[in-house]
Design a protein around this ligand. Structure first.
Ligand code: PLP
Length: 391
């Protein structure tokens, strides 16, 4: 183990504690540092590398697009953006897409859309009901929408109009709605909170409630979308169609790309309301096309489901062996509860020293978000290292 820092990081703002490692190369489920050490990656850039590191179809799409057209600017159409918008709308019950560069920006767009819609259809309603411990990004509005403990005081004053309720409490959602409410917004599975699923009953209940009260249902699928849970979009597990959905993380396969997707009757932006310099550029959207084509290819999602089931069984075995807690989540977005023990960060550090990259979104759980094409052999290798570390 390195004890002395090897790299001069003093020209960077410090916004996170990072290990003294520099990664130089990736392939599939593996990363190499500059000393040639290999790591098995079950974080994948925070669930962004849907097809693993540098998958051939993505690098080929990027190379071809980079040599053809990188950015004509947001004032003109381009082929990859048109194609990707169609791939997304063909995969769900929504009609139109606005491309963004990060999940936070897509959510910021969803909040703006809801406010405009509230002005047009609900007499100026602007409030949005969100969930405790939810995570929607790091812009001012999306931090205000998030329910992360302590964030209500960071960077105060908050953006007004977000009302928080507990997850899976339909009565609390109903009680939080008033005539100033425009929408309800939440994640189908709360990723950063530690992989806490909204129940199917809650999703269906909020859908009925928002329909009955004439509100928009906005699902933040930035982490759960694009095959991560074994369906193309997580809401498809329980056949609940939102009015608005946001995508990010896995959509670009590692390239910055996000999307705001909405039903026709919720698409109330007019020219001038929304935009952005890099939004929908063909380099990023060509990456998105390569990812969406791979994920929607026949049999791909079946493999995600199979790999998820196998990973879940392995984690349940580890939980029994070491007397830990439950395994939560769906598909390849899983968490292992450490049974109330705040040992997550220690396990993550010890696993890294053994060549395995894991993530602890909360001190008492580990999160697993490998490439969607992770193999059983790689899951076995992860499981072996984790058990060695636990011992
Ligand atoms: C990561 C994440 C975001 C923010 O996405 P960025 O690309 O980091 O801005 C928003 N919502 C959810 C559910 C996320 O997991």
């Amino acid at each position: 183990m390195t004890t002395q820092a090897q790299h001069d990081t003093s020209a960077l703002m410090t916004v996170a504690a990072k290990p003294d490692l520099v990664f130089v190369r990736g392939a599939g489920s593996w990363l190499w540092d500059e000393r040639g050490r290999r790591y098995l990656d079950f974080v994948q850039g925070w669930a962004v590398n849907s097809l693993g590191h540098c998958p051939p179809q993505l690098t080929a799409a990027l190379a071809t697009q980079a040599a053809t057209l990188i950015n004509p600017g947001p004032a003109f159409h381009n082929g990859p953006a048109l194609r990707l918008a169609r791939l997304i709308t063909d995969g769900c019950a929504l009609d139109r897409v606005f491309f963004a560069n990060s999940g936070a920006e897509a959510n910021e767009g969803a909040i703006k859309l809801a406010r405009k819609w509230g002005r047009q259809h609900r007499g100026g309603a602007y409030k949005i009901v969100t969930l405790n411990d939810g995570f929607h990004g790091r812009t001012l509005a999306t931090m205000s929408a998030s329910g992360k403990p302590g964030w209500d005081r960071l960077f105060a004053p908050q953006v007004d109009g977000f009302v928080k309720v507990p997850i899976n409490d339909l009565d609390a959602v109903a009680a939080a709605i008033d005539d100033r409410t425009a929408a309800v917004m939440f994640e189908p599975i709360q990723g950063e909170a530690g992989v806490i699923p909204a129940s199917d009953a809650f999703l269906r209940g909020v859908r009925e409630l928002t329909r009955a009260r004439g509100l928009l249902l906005i699902l933040d699928e930035v982490q759960t979308g694009v095959g991560r849970t074994g369906k193309l979009f997580a809401h498809q597990h329980c056949a609940v169609d939102p009015d608005v959905m946001t995508l990010g993380k896995g959509l670009g396969g590692g390239v910055p790309l996000a999307a705001l997707v909405a039903r026709e009757d919720a698409c109330c932006f007019e020219p001038g309301d929304q935009g952005g310099t890099f939004n929908g550029n063909p380099l990023a959207t060509a990456a998105g096309c390569a990812v969406m084509e791979a994920v929607t290819a026949p049999g791909f999602l079946d493999q995600v489901v199979a790999a998820g089931t196998y990973l879940q069984a392995q984690l349940e075995g580890i939980s029994r062996r070491f007397d830990l807690g439950a395994v939560r989540g769906r598909g390849l977005l899983l968490a292992l509860s450490l049974g109330g023990k705040a040992i997550g960060p220690d396990i993550v550090a010890a696993a890294r020293a053994e060549g395995l990259l894991l993530n602890a979104p909360r001190p008492d759980c580990l999160r697993f978000m490998p490439a969607l094409n992770v193999t059983a052999a790689e899951i076995d290798a992860m499981s072996a290292i984790l058990q060695r570390v636990m011992t």
